[in-house]
Design a protein around this ligand. Sequence first.
Ligand SMILES: O=C(O)c1ccccc1NCC(=O)[C@H](O)[C@H](O)COP(=O)(O)O
Length: 243
Amino acid sequence: MSTHRLELLPAVDVRDGQAVRLVHGESGSETSYGDPLEAALTWQRAGAEWLHLVDLDAAFGTGDNRERIAEVVRTMDIKVELSGGIRDDASLAAALATGCTRVNLGTAALESPEWVAKVIAEFGDRIAVGLDVRGTTLRGRGWTRDGGDLYETLARLDSEGCARYVVTDIAKDGTLQGPNVELLKNVCAATDKPVVASGGVSSLDDLRVLATLVPEGVEGAIVGKALYAKAFTLEEALEAVSV
Ligand SMILES: O=C(O)c1ccccc1NCC(=O)[C@H](O)[C@H](O)COP(=O)(O)O
């Protein structure tokens, strides 16, 4: 049972060199928010302890932002969770070589389970797995392809020693409609590993609700649209979840 404070992970998603926010993760729904390094520095200056950094082009398979992403990680003084297009030994080695604290694997957990089991065994808690769902169906490749059942995959990954899960309700992502608390509770009931919540945070009250799930296993919350839409400041969010 955890009694820690909810960790907040401001999101910087990079597409075509720009920090963007999408709705339901749909390509073409981007709102641009300028330079990703400036966005990351803004969250760091505001007191962020973590950054959730995503190469969306790599996730979608429309290219990559590898150099820009590496520059952001290199510049940060805070912990970075890096994701997007990390699907084999070469892309994993490049991601880990940026100095990020951990990586988040999505598609690979659905399409290359043996490889993911291998790297979990080799890299331990530097590997998290992203469980991005519509309902209880996992989605990969930029959320464009079905990838199996959430709880079957979770049970497999647990048996292989996965250290942590990043759980995204795609239907909530980018909508400012509030997190899927029931999904998070159900996932926490199905694993003893920490869960990072993603999707839908719209208000300080949403963060306070997620903070009540810390004893059940929610370790952190990724916050994207709500910060960029200025629903609250990061300083206010950090205060709202301080114990
Ligand atoms: O965060 C988003 O808005 C988003 C939109 C569409 C696809 C993915 C998005 N975020 C990144 C993730 O959810 C995963 O971390 C990422 O897709 C994992 O990439 P991969 O391992 O290449 O599947």
